[in-house]
Write a protein that binds this ligand. Structure first.
Ligand code: XMP
Length: 514
């Protein structure tokens, strides 16, 4: 590793990705590895610092995740968080016990600001606690640097050996000055210069891609989503017209989306790209005719996409490289970075066409978190509205139309969704709601319009607030905004006579309807 790196050893904590993201916010590159990663590999990587994460176990129990004592003798600074803090103390001769009261939630912590870790932190600060066990006795050579009303050792350190233990979670936003503490660790204790920045990432990637590709041909499936757009522009800057981008309009995009993507990436757009737009709407509608089961629809859409893509690739002929928009969370989730070289084949393109004649895959965003992909996108001059788009599922409106998909239903949901998005933006709510869209229920109901009886569809509106899209809450959109959207949809979208707002959180619901 010649890049200045801090590594996070993951002990199964739910916030492990967050730790790495926060470190990167301090402009220090950070990677996550399983606690099973051997000490030899860690030595080889030669990190500037090591962070041990939290985890659900009790370190004093047999078979709980642990690490060799040698880790603390490498001369590399180590910061243990929660379980990681307890494990450090346990291994080095301290004592960890089950506490009488579980400390959970925002807690007032009293810190010793003479500690380098708490430099510039307020002496009394709010932190996020979540533990059953507590450190009842620190390991020899450690001094206590923080405590709470219930927890005698909220932090401890042996500054000479650069070993630090924190019982709470600095990575969680509820810990008010947590990022400052992590900054103090990586930039202060570890002495990192902070050279992880998106402008240099873009420059270095362009150089590395050029070297790898040589004069080979590169193919990219461009969906108009953030990841594939950033990957495409990066590749285009690196290899120019050796790159071809294929954009498949499967007839399940949001209103005007196909044209918007073409306007940016097509011949009249901002980039000098070999851009191929394939209008395959009819083909998809035919395949979807009569199919109402959600998984069947997903499969058909994914497979048909590959067929179209494959045909285009064949027309181009002998492609050396295929670009994939894999990002770091995909790498971590598919087997804890570094431990496996698994490539998530179903990312973005919904299945990797292995019959396409290509030699290698390029994953230029493999090291980046989503927010970093966005920053890289801005560096590359991609318009903000594309960079900050809300997520849109690969199968598109196909899974926002309950039941059979038809061209008519696509038109209805596109129009309703466009009105909804317009009104949300007008009300200034688009920044605070993470995902919002209209879906077409398969329900038709009786209504009256003018003097006539109608028997039309019900549109459902969904809007959620979420951090990680794993759990979500319905957004509390002001009634007047919902009312305006309802009125406009009923008046402007033919075929709709009822509008509903979905209040379901996730779980038990999912964000999408299918
Ligand atoms: P759910 O509905 O599972 O969605 O709560 C979580 C997030 O994933 C998106 N999503 C998909 N994205 N293909 C995708 O590329 C899919 O089949 C798919 N299903 C859901 C969804 O929009 C949300 O952001």
């Amino acid at each position: 590793m010649n890049r200045e790196t801090v590594i996070v050893l993951d002990f199964g904590g739910q916030y492990n990705q967050l730790v790495a993201r926060r470190v990167r916010e301090c402009n220090v590159y950070c990677e996550i590895y399983s606690y099973k990663t051997g000490i030899e590999k860690i030595k080889e990587m030669n990190p500037r610092g090591i962070i041990l994460t939290g985890g659900p176990n009790s370190c004093y129990e047999e078979d709980s995740p642990t690490y060799t004592k040698e880790l603390f003798e490498l001369g590399i600074p180590v910061l243990g968080l929660c379980y990681g803090a307890q494990l450090m103390q346990h291994i080095l001769g301290g004592k960890v016990e089950r506490a009488e009261v579980r400390e959970y939630g925002k807690t007032e912590v009293f810190v010793d600001t003479t500690s380098e870790l708490f430099s510039n932190v307020s002496p009394t600060t709010t932190c996020w606690m979540s533990h059953f066990d507590y450190i009842s006795q620190t390991a020899p050579g450690f001094r206590i640097t923080a405590h709470t009303a219930d927890c005698p050792v909220a932090a401890a350190e042996n500054a000479d050996r650069q070993l630090y233990a924190i019982q709470f979670h600095p990575e969680v936003l509820h810990t008010k000055e947590g990022t400052k503490m992590l900054y103090n660790f990586v930039r202060g204790v570890c002495g990192c210069a902070g050279d992880w920045k998106m402008d240099s990432f873009v420059e270095q990637s362009i150089r590395a891609i050029r070297e790898k590709v040589g004069d080979g041909k590169v193919l990219c499936a461009l969906s108009g989503g953030v990841d594939s757009s950033v990957a495409a522009v990066l590749l285009s800057k690196a290899v120019g017209d050796q790159l071809t981008c294929v954009f498949v309009d499967q007839g399940l995009l949001r209103k005007n989306e196909g044209d918007e993507v073409e306007a940016v990436f097509g011949p009249e757009g901002n980039y000098d790209l070999n851009f191929i737009r394939v209008n395959a709407q009819e083909r998809f509608y035919q395949k979807l005719a009569g199919v109402s089961e959600p998984e069947a629809k997903r499969k058909i859409i994914g497979e048909e996409f590959i067929r179209v893509f494959e045909e285009e690739a064949k027309k181009i002929g002998a492609v050396d490289f295929l670009v994939q928009g894999t990002i770091y969370p995909d790498v971590v989730e598919s087997g804890l970075g570094g431990e496996s070289a698994v490539i998530k084949s179903h990312h973005n393109v919904g299945g990797l066409p292995d019959y396409v004649d290509f030699k290698e895959i390029i994953e230029p965003l493999r090291d980046l978190f989503k927010d970093e992909v966005r920053k890289a996108g801005l560096e590359l001059g991609i318009p903000e509205y594309l960079v900050y788009r809300q997520p849109f599922p690969g199968p598109g409106l196909g899974i926002r139309i309950i039941g059979e998909v038809t061209a008519e239903k696509v038109r209805i949901v596109q129009d309703a969704d466009a009105i909804y998005r317009e009104e949300i933006a007008k009300a200034g709510l688009d920044k605070e709601i993470n995902q919002y869209f209209a879906a077409l229920t398969n329900m038709r109901s009786v209504g009256v319009m003018g003097d006539e009886r109608t028997y039309d569809y019900a549109v459902a509106l969904r809007a959620v607030k979420t951090i990680d899209f794993m759990t979500a809450e319905a957004a509390d959109i002001p009634f007047e905004v919902l009312n305006r959207v309802m009125n406009r949809i009923i008046n402007e979208v033919k075929g709709v006579n009822r509008v509903m707002y979905d209040l379901t959180s996730k779980p038990p619901g999912t964000i999408e309807f299918e």
